[in-house]
Design a protein around this ligand. Sequence first.
Ligand code: FO1
Length: 328
Amino acid sequence: MRIAVLSGGIGGARFVSGLRDAVAGHPDAELSVIANTADDIWLFGLRVCPDLDTVMYTLGGGIDEERGWGRSDETWHAREELAAYGVEPSWFGLGDRDLATHLVRTQMLGAGFPLSDVTAALCERWGLGVRLLPMTDDRVETHVVIDDATQADGRRAVHFQEYWVRLKAPPAHAVIPVGAKDAKPAPGVAEAIADADLIVVAPSNPVVSIGTILAVPGMTDAMRTSSAVVVGVSPIIYGAPVRGMADRLLPTIGVEVTAQGVAEHYGARSDGGLLDGWLVDESDAAAAEPLNGLGITTRAVPLYMSTPHLSRRLAADVLDLADGLRRG
Ligand code: FO1
């Protein structure tokens, strides 16, 4: 069974880890993870790819579980030295072990390798057991428009990482995936979607993770024309994101911060949208009836992935719903 997963950062990585465990028994299971790269940032001359690294470290067993990003057993000497030199940005934490990943990536990019080759090379070390693909090898960068009284029009755009890490996600007016319209899906991405038996939209941020992946021209058409069953997992539980800032960003695209609102935003496959099925938390069971009415087969299951066992169970619920949809 070929499965393609659209994933962002921490929530998506935890879900993919559970899915890999859930299909461990299926010898014919092939898992491809298409990760968001619009969070990526140049820092001190190094290319940092947070969502790719979060999936790589989580599935490779190198993640810092408590933070959900960066490396376990991390030290911060380089960061302290950079701060001692007074160089900015000091608000983004680059750990010493994590720096090695960015050094290798930057060296390979500098030698002319595309991000997809670099990612495959880095993943060699970690033995993920899944194929990790950047959504594109081209530059796509999420900028967020926020208030700024010092500007003539009272607004300015900041890189997503500054918005999220330094500014702590203030109210936003717009989210712009800069460069998206000129981007192409990375090698293997369109095929992973076209050849999939199941496509899963992971419980990642619908605006700056899933939204940016879908902003790459060709992605939504590939999903709509794929013969795969498409099942999504709500990133919103009882009106709030499990983590992150989806509640701040969904209003910028006019989407309600609810499990139902996000599903309606992705749309029903039968209506030209993306979803065949949708999982909501038990606390959002009331969303099932209206969504079923829209043609999105919806089930209420426990969505919190606070342990690997729960991630595996959620993944099993996705596979179960997909099975039911395939049988028709
Ligand atoms: N998130 C933070 O809140 N603070 C940080 O200092 C920080 C550093 C960092 C370094 C490498 C990396 O891969 C991720 C890092 N993140 C940090 C998380 C990052 O902002 C988010 O994981 C994604 O961009 C959103 O999914």
